[in-house]
Design a protein. Structure first.
Length: 230
């Protein structure tokens, strides 16, 4: 399986001249603030343009429509907090440290105020149509799952982990990191974990994951193959 392509926001180029990247960034920043705060239906392109300090025409010169802007905002938020490079660690970096870096970034994303608000928005809109939910899942969670799957598949091939089902293991890893605390925060039962709490949780989850998917020694593998089925 090849590495998933890095997240690329869906935009529409303005014909005849290059984009003003400062305005592009301002529009994305405004979208990332307004969508989680007001919900998808509560945000208009006019409101985003006003918050970004640009005209509505300028917004449409960068993004085809409101859906494209929402998609790009989700991608940008994930790219900032959970960058693609984490899933392709530099040569020589141990699997433990690589997992810790991914886990810290993912935990930071999950407990980012914008992400919490966005999750609440998606839950509130559940049952009102699947288009927005599908768009959110495809551009956010599913990309992270695919990148984690590729990381684990590569670790398995290198012998640093034993992960015969990397897609399933990727889901386990992220669910362990979210834990019960994420659900409690989502429903307003407790505050966000502080940096110390997040680091302690990451260390515990990574240690548990490494024990569960430790590489199998050649001798142990041969013994497993030789054992008759019960």
């Amino acid at each position: 399986m090849t590495s998933p392509a890095p997240r690329t926001p869906a935009t529409t180029a303005a014909p005849g001249r290059p984009k003003d990247m400062e305005k592009h960034a301002a529009i994305l920043d405004a979208a990332m603030r307004l969508f989680p705060a007001r919900g998808y239906d509560g945000v208009s392109v006019d409101a985003i343009a006003q918050a970004a300090g640009v005209s509505k025409l300028t917004v449409y010169s960068h993004f085809a429509d409101k859906e494209a802007l929402f998609r790009a905002a989700v991608i940008e938020c994930c790219t900032q907090l959970l960058p693609h490079r984490l899933f392709e660690p530099e040569p020589g970096l141990g699997v433990h440290e690589a997992l810790v870096r991914i886990a810290r970034a993912f935990t930071g994303l999950m407990f980012d105020d914008r992400a919490i608000r966005l999750h609440r928005m998606m839950v509130a809109q559940a049952g009102e149509g699947s288009r927005l939910a599908e768009m959110f899942f495809a551009t956010g969670p599913n990309v992270a799952l695919e990148e984690m799957e590729t990381f684990l598949r590569n670790a398995h091939a290198a012998g640093s982990l034993h992960v015969p089902a990397p897609a399933q293991a990727a889901g386990h890893f992220f669910c362990l990191l979210k834990g019960v605390r994420h659900m409690r925060v989502l429903v307003g039962l407790c505050p966000m974990p502080d940096a110390g709490e997040r680091d302690a949780h990451v260390a515990e989850v990574v240690a548990l994951f490494l024990r569960a998917f430790a590489p199998v020694s050649p001798g142990a593998a041969a013994t497993q193959r030789a054992e008759p089925a019960a």
